[in-house]
Design a protein around this ligand. Structure first.
Ligand code: ADP
Length: 407
């Protein structure tokens, strides 16, 4: 390979890595598809490109996004599985290059006829997730009438590999109840913000009321903002795209940090915080930031839901090949009927709605993090006596049988 060819290959590869980073950070399907198309066009220097996806339920192939050709008209057009290049690619799970579509019986003419575009050549590659095609990425008509090269095929395949996973995630995300739940939860604060914003504008409202309405608006807007960030965090965890960081973690330090962070709130409410993690507790492998969040969520809930004079204790001990962590409080407790729903997203005990600020996402996030570490979480609670959250985290075992006892 010539020096120039090598340089251009490296440049393309670097660009693909850059693109893959950016496509992996969006869960918005239309935006994602557009990003992929723009990248495909840039990398292959073509006049137009399209993404055709296979409907999960019906198996039908449908144009989902296009750039270059008249995109509006192409969208939602259905392509036959037999008698189209896209169909061939999906069925064979292999790329195809057609230098002149007029000579290829697989070419499906109807799309050109319908949108008034003239396809001359096509490079189409499968979008596959774990070896299963979910659709096709097509680029049409290389600029200047050139022929598609091996390098074009290789580049588009590399892009398609990245794109397919991102599309799959975005599609799953779109279909999940997560979004529906969020929209539902946003309604109450939004209604209240709109209502109070209207009231504030009336002439017959006293200055005191006006101030109080403004405070309500501020509080509800802050709630929406917290909901948005918690929700994003949960969505990332649920999509499995939060890459697990595995570093050596000291639970003792994490517990001390969580307590230091929550100390001011606890003192203001006259709640005692007690840390009883043994000094010699072995370290774990995990994501320190996320595990910190777990402890802050649990101790934070203790502080939020306890009354003056109550205590919140955090401790841990080794049990078999796991570490058992507990966060225990002497607070109001949680009735059995509510315990089973605690880890569901947006779930809050009925009475807490008015009394204590919250989004109902903390425990859902906590559970996801614990499970991503290979652990479990559960609760024991007695109304009037208090609540204990337990979680386990797998203990890291030494690689060799005697590596730690030598010496
Ligand atoms: P949030 O605190 O934002 O409402 P969470 O998911 O952290 O959301 O908790 C869900 C619900 O569980 C809370 O609204 C509260 O009703 C209840 N809860 C959580 N921790 C405790 C606790 N330590 N004592 C009593 N109730 C609790």
């Amino acid at each position: 390979m010539s020096q120039d060819a090598l340089q251009s290959r490296i440049a393309r590869l670097e660009r693909i890595i850059e693109i893959s980073r950016s496509i992996n950070s969006t869960l918005n399907l239309p935006r994602l598809l557009h990003q992929i198309l723009a990248a495909a066009q840039e990398l292959t220097h073509t006049e137009a490109c399209s993404i055709i996806l296979r409907d999960r339920k019906s198996g039908v192939l449908r144009f989902e996004a296009t750039i270059g050709a008249r995109s509006q008209e192409v969208r939602s057009l259905v392509v036959p599985l037999d008698g189209s290049i896209a169909g061939w690619v999906v069925q064979n799970n292999r790329p195809v290059v057609v230098h002149n579509v007029r000579n290829d019986p697989r070419f499906y003419r109807k799309v050109d006829q319908e949108v008034g575009f003239e396809t001359r050549s096509i490079l189409a590659v499968p979008l596959s997730v774990r070896g299963k095609p979910i659709g096709v990425l097509e680029v049409l008509n290389k600029e200047g009438g050139e022929r598609f090269t091996e390098e074009d095929v290789e580049t588009l395949m590399a892009l398609a590999d990245q794109a397919a996973v991102a599309i799959e995630n975005a599609v799953l995300f779109q279909q999940s109840d997560l979004v529906a739940d969020l929209v539902h939860e946003m309604r109450t604060p939004l209604t209240s913000i709109i209502g109070y914003a209207r009231m504030i504008q009336r002439d017959d409202v006293s200055e005191d009321d006006r101030k109080s309405f403004a405070r309500t608006i501020e509080r509800e807007a802050a709630r929406l903002s917290r909901m948005a960030s918690d929700f994003l965090e949960l969505a990332r965890l649920e999509s499995g795209r939060a890459f697990p960081v595995r570093e050596e973690v000291s639970l003792k330090s994490l517990a001390a940090e969580a307590i230091a962070l929550l100390r001011p709130q606890a003192e203001a409410k006259q709640i005692a915080l007690i840390e009883e993690v043994p000094d010699d507790l072995p370290t774990l492998l995990g994501d320190p930031q996320r595990l910190h969040q777990v402890l802050v969520n649990l101790v934070g809930n203790g502080v939020k839901y306890c009354r003056p004079g109550d205590r919140v204790t955090i401790g841990a001990r080794v049990e078999g090949d796991e570490v058992l962590v507990y966060v225990s409080d002497t607070g109001p407790g949680i009735p059995p009927s509510a315990q089973e729903h605690l880890f569901e997203r947006f779930y809050r005990l009925p009475r807490t709605e008015e009394d204590v600020e919250g989004t109902g996402l903390g425990l859902a996030i906590t559970r996801r993090i614990v499970e991503a570490h290979g652990g479990r979480i559960w609760v024991k609670s007695d109304v009037g006596k208090g609540t204990t959250f337990y979680l386990t985290l797998p203990l890291r075992r030494e690689a060799g049988p005697s590596s730690s006892s030598r010496g």
